[in-house]
Design a protein around this ligand. Structure first.
Ligand code: C2E
Ligand code: MG
Ligand code: MG
Ligand code: MG
Length: 279
């Protein structure tokens, strides 16, 4: 009976692995032509400060493929990282997002921050900073409004290599945000050395904020953030009740479906105009 169970789970495991690798090879194949075929587009999710202003937006990539349909970034970014395509895709994201944001600033008369998700691979590629700075100066936007989101694992795994790079980014007036905060394993001694100005508390903690059982954990996360004087962004804020409690904890910036889902450029322009018309 035990043997059968083991055999079955083995079979199941293999099928799942097989399916996953087929899926990934489909993704990889389709991804090769995605840039040339113009299959990517960007969406922007508003970030609202605790005094109810539009602080900024996070740029989120979308991929619509003829054969595969809509493929979420959680599925294709890792494939693109494995085969190096993330470099070209990441460059495209930077250029498209900065161009869009400049147009939206001009169209609405409101300036706000733009947060870009940067993959480990992209960040560590020689010349990454030059690519970014070139795009910023060519497009002509104020770089103090640009924030790079990196994940905890990037900062920790490649600690010695990454710190000087992060410092260079900071010296250029570009801010750094630690994404998915709390899900990795950053220790206090590392946080101390990271030139970041912001942490993004992961949705899983925001989900738990109304449960008394998780209160001490959330308090700890906030007190770490406050001690280091980081701006604290709460990801995946979905309800007014969460906003209220998170405000009491000291959340500076909210991002989530309660305020808005990610929006296409034209929708974002509408959102910003409506947001300020309402006052
Ligand atoms: P992330 O950077 O942590 O982005 C936040 C994710 O949470 C986004 O998913 C966003 O749509 C989703 N989200 C925001 N508010 C809510 C909410 O209230 N409820 C729920 N259920 N979800 C919410 P998305 O767009 O699917 O992106 C997933 C991940 O893919 C991102 O996580 C990021 O790691 C990666 N990604 C997205 N765009 C890019 C990109 O341009 N470059 C790179 N390298 N990675 C990207
Ligand atoms: Mg992010
Ligand atoms: Mg996140
Ligand atoms: Mg994430």
């Amino acid at each position: 009976h035990e043997a059968k169970k083991v055999r079955n789970s083995y079979k199941y495991f293999n099928q799942e692995m097989y399916q996953k690798s087929m899926e990934n090879s489909d993704i990889e194949h389709q991804l090769r032509h995605a840039l040339d075929n113009d299959e990517f587009y960007m969406m922007y999710q508003p970030q609202i400060s605790s005094d109810m202003q539009i602080y900024g937006v996070e740029a989120l990539i979308r991929w619509e493929n003829k054969k595969l349909g809509f493929v979420p970034p959680d599925k294709f970014i890792s494939v693109a990282e494995d085969n190096g395509m993330i470099l070209k895709i990441g460059e495209w994201v930077i250029n498209r997002s900065l161009r869009d944001i400049k147009e939206i600033w001009e169209e609405t008369g409101h300036k706000f921050h733009i947060s870009l998700n940067i993959s480990v691979i992209q960040f560590m590629e020689a010349g990454f900073l030059e690519v970014l700075l070139d795009a910023i100066s060519e497009i002509g936007i104020d770089k103090t409004y640009v924030t790079l989101e990196i994940t905890e694992s990037l900062a920790i795994e490649e600690f010695n290599y990454v710190i000087p790079l992060l410092n260079k980014v900071r010296e250029n007036g570009i801010e750094i945000s630690l994404d998915d905060f709390g899900t990795g394993y950053s220790s206090l001694s590392i946080l101390n050395k990271l030139p970041i100005s912001e942490i993004k508390i992961d949705k899983q903690f925001v989900d738990g904020v109304l449960k008394n059982t998780e209160n001490s954990l959330i308090k700890t996360i906030f007190s770490i953030g406050k001690n280091f004087s980081f701006k604290i962004v709460c990801e995946g804020t979905e309800t007014a009740a969460q906003v209220e409690v998170l405000k009491e904890h000291g959340c500076d910036i909210f991002q989530g479906y309660h305020f808005s889902k990610p929006l296409k450029k034209d929708q974002l322009i509408r959102y910003i105009k409506d947001f300020y018309d309402r006052r």
